[in-house]
Design a binder for this molecule. Structure first.
Ligand SMILES: [Zn+2]
Length: 94
């Protein structure tokens, strides 16, 4: 439960997560291969991001470096996507 009496101030600035191997258990992306349309799953419990930039602003999209390299096992097509890592904080025990 989130405590309603505290105010969280969000400045909207991005920052680098100082972790060479940043895993996110429970987070995954599913998407079809752009070539053969077979469904591809990328699990961030198994694959890490290296020093990702968190809370990227709209101006940073396309330049964050939060790139995930994907390869389709069916047709060997390779591509990259950019992901946003969003970190937030809430007060749960006052
Ligand atoms: Zn494919």
């Amino acid at each position: 439960m989130i405590c309603p009496i505290y105010t969280i101030v969000k400045q909207g600035k991005d920052f680098q997560i100082n972790d060479k191997r940043f895993y996110m258990p429970g987070a995954s992306i599913q998407m079809p291969c752009p070539e053969c349309h077979v469904l591809k799953k990328h699990d961030f419990c198994e694959h890490y991001l290296s020093y990702p930039i968190a809370n990227i602003s709209p101006e940073t999209v396309g330049r964050s470096g939060n790139l995930v390299h994907l390869q389709c096992e069916e047709c060997d097509h390779e591509w990259e996507i950019e992901v946003a890592v969003n970190v937030s904080i809430d007060v749960v025990i006052p």
